[in-house]
Design a protein around this ligand. Sequence first.
Ligand SMILES: Nc1ncnc2c1ncn2[C@@H]1O[C@H](COP(=O)(O)OP(=O)(O)OP(=O)(O)O)[C@@H](O)[C@H]1O
Length: 252
Amino acid sequence: MSHHIVEVKDLRHSYPDGTEALRGVSFTIHHGESVAVIGANGAGKSTLLLHLNGYLPPTAGEVRIGDTPVVRTTLAEVRRTVGMVFQDPDDQLFMPTVGEDVAFGPLNLGLPPGEVERRVAESLARVGAGHLRDKPPYRLSGGEKKRAAIATVLSMSPDILVMDEPTAGLDPFARRQLMGLLREFRHTKIFTSHDLDMVLELCERTIVLREGVVAADGPPREIFRNAELLAACRLEPPFSMQGCPVCGTGGR
Ligand SMILES: Nc1ncnc2c1ncn2[C@@H]1O[C@H](COP(=O)(O)OP(=O)(O)OP(=O)(O)O)[C@@H](O)[C@H]1O
């Protein structure tokens, strides 16, 4: 698969109950870009991400990863390239132990046992979850589950990392650790977040969704300075760009 470009063309998605979650979304993301998809609750962020590796089929329009259209017959190939961390870790963890969950993908790729072991140990260590390896996922706290879910994706060494609200439910230390991990990840990353300070710190580009359409696409700092746009999209600037509530000064 060449270049790992993500191309979304006039993507529309209607759920069976008639909700039009995406109403014509188009953009191109190039290799190595770090892109945050932001927007108010219900704007269509999760729905969009679920199309990037074919968990949802488009009602109309198209998604391509490199030269490959995301369709039923290419799903296995696409999912080797695009690693997806779901919003709810319970959708990702289904084996008796965390270690087996993290090993599941590499084993399915047919990797030799030594390589599987190396990937499991490394992925768990990168999210600070080595000590959780033998635990059943249902015994983990919410933040621990999130970290285990991220490890299941890292163990696949994806070229494109897609994450739905990766820092939701994490304590400040784990959030910082995850941000470090994302910063280190050299390939393309696309994530949704309500954590706009993280977006400001990690991304060079933000796509703003509003009611299923792209309301803005550009550098985060420019977007966060546009008060009119933020208000129309029911967003607020990140804390680090808001002035001091007491003395009214500051804000980067
Ligand atoms: N399975 C479903 N059936 C019907 N409607 C759905 C379904 N899943 C999501 N929706 C609707 O689609 C719209 C977009 O939802 P989506 O989950 O993509 O939003 P979001 O931007 O990720 O929101 P949040 O910030 O709350 O996670 C919402 O109106 C939501 O109610």
